[in-house]
Design a protein around this ligand. Structure first.
Ligand SMILES: [Fe+2]
Ligand SMILES: [Fe+2]
Length: 172
């Protein structure tokens, strides 16, 4: 869990920088957003968080409160206008409008949410397997572009792929 947060933070800053964000303060906030994106999970019952079997619909409902829970926990930092707040609350939105908590579409999802959602999915795909090599970076990016079509901002995803190609990121 800890390494997930760190990875998402690193990927988020790298992608933000790659698409032209260059203000140090802003980049720090992208990093913080990646680090804290799942902060709201700390409010969720351990039985649900660590359940080895499939979650029920009700348990998913509880689980899906974590973006807003984290946003609330951020307190003063969680201003809608801050990059960190937008990253935390927006990281499970999908550009096709099927995400949560608000079901926002396309560019209505603030950039930090769109960036952290890519970083989050990529890290989940490339590290959660028992066999670490099961999903390599290239395959994860392919899955994100095909099977998960509609989840991510296509331009940002293309930029993320470009970042890998250029060797701007190193698989862990
Ligand atoms: Fe999350
Ligand atoms: Fe996550």
């Amino acid at each position: 869990m800890h390494s997930h947060s760190v990875n998402v933070s690193v990927y988020s800053v790298a992608l933000a920088r790659h698409v032209g964000e260059n203000d140090d303060e802003d980049l720090t906030q992208f990093g913080l957003g990646g680090l804290l994106h799942d902060l709201g999970k700390s409010l969720i019952d351990a039985d649900i968080l660590n359940k080895p079997s499939r979650l029920t619909a009700e348990e998913w409902q509880v689980m899906n409160t974590h973006p807003e829970g984290g946003y609330d926990l951020l307190g003063d930092l969680a201003d809608e206008r801050t990059i960190t707040g937008q990253a935390v609350i927006g990281h499970h939105e999908r550009v096709n409008g099927t995400g949560y908590p608000h079901g926002l579409e396309g560019d209505n999802i603030p950039l930090p949410g769109r960036i952290v959602s890519i970083a989050d999915a990529f890290d989940a795909l490339t590290t959660k397997r028992v066999y670490k090599d099961a999903i390599r970076a290239f395959d994860a990016l392919t899955i994100m572009g095909d099977e998960m079509k509609g989840h991510f901002d296509r331009e940002l995803l293309r930029a993320f792929v470009g970042l890998w190609r250029e060797g701007g990121l190193v698989a862990n």
